[in-house]
Ligand binder design. Structure first.
Ligand code: FAD
Length: 511
């Protein structure tokens, strides 16, 4: 038999718009491979919900490949051992995969694979799948390159593939044992290509109509947001496919005056697809962002204070005593998803009011997110924690957010059943309800629901003062300029925004 070509599936679990698969098919019979790497699943950001979603996506990929004529091979173990075994059996001389921008663990693993390929005379070819540019010198032309990649036609799936034959163990059996602690009680969204395409379709035909107005409140966001993030994260939906479908829908809605709102919503959606890659580029350019503030002047800002364990625990359990915050935390812990604004609020509360170091909270939030995407995650954690040095710091008032985003307390009651009987005006601050009334309602603060962790206004004031003192003692501007030049969007570099007020959509991009 001709030597097969390995297609190494990583975070690109689909057959449509998959350049490595297409190219491999042109070069010989294929061995489509996914490797479960136990050591990855021991990393602090990996979780059972991510595994669950990945597992669905792998089964769907196996079905798709089987329909094309060659089922997926799933191996388990350290990558070099897996490659050694397969190489001695198949003597392959090529590996095709997509480039990956992940946490440092994946970067080191890829280095190992590169060395392995060199020492075994195997040619490893990597294709781009996102707008991330490897070895980028500066951001000046980045947006143009992103656009060019998104405008290239999507790559059709091969009609049929010739492969190495059936794997020793079918995919479903390889996926029986979880490499990470399972989370049976969570309501994680289902994965897989079909699920992803259904979401894209319903978003572009109906759900996305109110995206712009409905994305901020957790009451509406679940329905009006695309919910595609986890699919982009494992690659079951191609970002380029989503961009092209969204652009074509936007143009047709724009032509109808009655659909102007839908068109505007899809414009916002399109911007976010751009941000997806914009944030991943940061980690690609500076992998240390996983553990260090992008602005080095903020290293050590939040000391490991001795009483932090208690605050960390209240955050982790959703027991801060601020109902809206706890509802968001518990909803995230149960479902694995939360809208952008509420994610930003939670990280700001953790970083300012509770004065917890983002380095400690980043893995906790990452494990909660089914859609964990390292480049977006670590950059957003830093932005919301105020350690980038070039963004306006946003210190949310949890009570105001509660009154604005959940005026009747519907979301709070859904996630905090112990507050079910508390009437609307008090639900945002139940500790203000007279004790006799609390007893009558069967919900006593301090008994059935925790006392608040503090006065949010006072805690915010203290955080602001600490930050101000820190900044006054240092010259932070030169490093801020470096951050801006390395990572700032073209637009931002032209118009630096020191000290100016930001709009909510700028808050998401702003670097
Ligand atoms: C602290 C923090 C951590 C985050 N961690 C992640 C993460 O690990 N993975 C992740 O995919 N998103 C992350 N986000 C960004 C954002 O909250 C999610 O992408 C979004 O809520 C996912 O829901 P959706 O797919 O319905 O998004 P939609 O609103 O429908 O947006 C479509 C897509 O655009 C991208 N996107 C949306 N908002 C942003 C943004 N602000 N920055 C970059 N890309 C964006 C995502 O790929 C998303 O799927 C984080 C935000 C914050 C504040």
């Amino acid at each position: 038999m001709t030597r097969p070509v390995v297609v190494w599936f990583k975070r690109d679990l689909r057959v449509f718009d998959h350049a490595p698969l297409r190219r491999a098919v042109e070069n010989g019979p294929i061995l489509p491979l996914y490797v479960i790497e136990p050591d990855y699943w021991q990393q602090p950001y990996a979780s059972g919900r991510q595994w669950q979603f990945l597992k669905d996506s792998l089964l769907a990929l196996d079905h798709a490949l089987t329909r094309l004529g060659q089922p997926l091979w799933i191996a388990q173990g350290p990558i070099d051992q897996v490659l050694n075994q397969l190489h001695s059996r198949f003597d392959f001389s090529q590996i095709w995969s997509h480039q990956e921008t992940g946490p440092d663990w994946t970067f080191q693993r890829d280095r190992l694979v590169k060395d392995w390929c060199q020492s075994h005379g195997v040619h490893w070819q990597e294709c781009r799948q996102h707008g991330v540019v490897r070895g980028l010198a500066g951001r000046r032309k980045w947006a143009t390159q992103w656009q060019a990649l998104m405008d290239e036609p999507c790559i059709d799936a091969p009609e049929r593939v010739i492969g190495v034959g059936l794997p020793d163990t079918p995919a479903i059996r390889c996926l029986e044992t979880s490499p990470v602690a399972p989370e049976p009680s969570t309501r994680v969204q289902p994965g897989g290509l079909e699920e992803g395409m259904k979401l894209l379709d319903s978003f572009l035909t109906e759900r996305g109509r109110s995206y712009r107005g409905g994305m901020s409140s957790p009451l509406t966001a679940e329905q009006v947001c695309s919910r595609l993030s986890a699919h982009f994260s494992v690659g079951s939906v191609s970002l380029r496919n989503a961009w092209q479908a969204s652009e074509s829908a936007r143009i047709s809605y724009k032509a109808q005056p009655t659909d102007a709102r839908f068109a505007a919503s899809l414009k916002s959606f399109g911007s976010r697809l751009h941000w997806h890659c914009h944030f991943m580029q940061k980690l690609e350019s500076e992998p240390r962002l996983e553990w260090e503030p992008v602005h080095r002047g903020f290293i050590g800002l939040r000391d490991k204070t001795p009483d932090r364990a208690g605050r960390l625990e209240r955050l982790t359990l959703g027991q801060t005593g601020w109902p809206f915050v706890d509802a968001c935390l518990r909803s995230l812990a149960q479902t694995g998803w939360l809208n952008f604004r509420m994610r930003a609020m939670l990280v700001a509360i953790a970083s300012y009011h509770l004065w917890l170091d983002w380095v400690d909270t980043a893995p906790i939030f990452a494990r909660w997110f089914t859609d964990f995407e390292a480049g977006i995650h670590f950059s957003q954690m830093q932005m919301q924690a105020g350690v980038t040095g070039i963004n306006a710091n946003r210190i949310y008032n949890p009570i105001k957010q509660s009154e604005d985003q959940d005026p009747d307390g519907q979301f709070i009651r859904r996630w905090l059943p112990e507050l079910e009987a508390v009437p609307a005006p008090w639900i945002h601050q139940p500790w203000k309800l007279p004790k006799s009334k609390q007893r009558a309602l069967g919900c006593e603060v301090g008994v059935h629901y925790p006392e608040p962790v503090g006065d949010p206004v006072q805690l915010a004031r203290e955080a602001r003062a600490r930050l101000k003192a820190w900044m006054a003692e240092r010259d932070l501007k030169p490093e801020a300029m470096r951050v801006l030049t390395t990572h700032g969007s073209q637009l931002r570099q032209k118009r630096p925004r020191y000290g100016k007020k930001t709009t909510s959509s700028q808050l998401q991009l702003e670097l």
